[in-house]
Design a protein around this ligand. Sequence first.
Ligand code: ADP
Ligand code: 5GP
Length: 226
Amino acid sequence: MTDKSRPEEPRVREAAAAGGPWTRDGGSMPYAVTHGGTGTLPRRSARRLTVLSGPSGVGKSTVVAELRRTHPGVWLSVSVTTRKPRPGETHGVEYYFVDDAEFDRLVAAGELLEWAEFAGNRYGTPRSAVIEHLEAGVPTLLEIDLQGARQVRESMPDALLVFLAPPSWEELERRLRGRGTEPEEVIARRLEAARVELAAEAEFDITLVNTSVREVCERLVALLGA
Ligand code: ADP
Ligand code: 5GP
């Protein structure tokens, strides 16, 4: 793995002090329960949140799946989405797949830490499970888009924002098409979004170039302090 252009520049911030500027919400937590986030976690010192972002097709889901497999001590937030499941995706594992009405309800109830519309679907992070895991000291990772990362930066300034970059634009296009999960029209929208996302790299604390999934995972685990 190559740590892009600024290997020794200390864009990684100091570790957050215990606690944080966020508050526990009082709403119900239907999206926390099946992932063991509520009430049963041992108390360790609070963690800062780590966020992984990057253009569609760069390999975020692949990295997250590898982390899930090799580092069960890292807790990966499961987002809510209005997108339809791809073949092989399971409700409650990759995402909670919900309809528009349920997504509206979650937004109105303040149950999402952040949310965004991306390429025609909505995605959001259930708030309570994230807060519970951080307060319990569990290394916690969100895999979200740029708009979501910006919202987290606003609400949790201590969060560590990690940008996953492709080795090149051509390789990004190749990966997105090679995945074969979207029709051409959706690929075009995702590539359009990718140009915007790539331009925002400097807003992140650190960049990891995804040449090797295994190396990106190892680096992430180190950043998470897991
Ligand atoms: P994202 O979640 O960022 O949209 P995916 O994880 O679905 O991206 O990856 C897009 C495609 O790129 C998949 O076919 C995946 O197997 C492939 N891929 C991911 N990481 C790498 C890598 N380091 N080298 C080569 N191909 C990769
Ligand atoms: P996909 O449809 O390929 O699974 O995801 C599309 C985009 O949505 C990706 O960039 C992914 O990071 C982003 N995403 C997934 N979950 C969330 C979320 O909870 N919030 C936000 N803002 N983006 C998300």
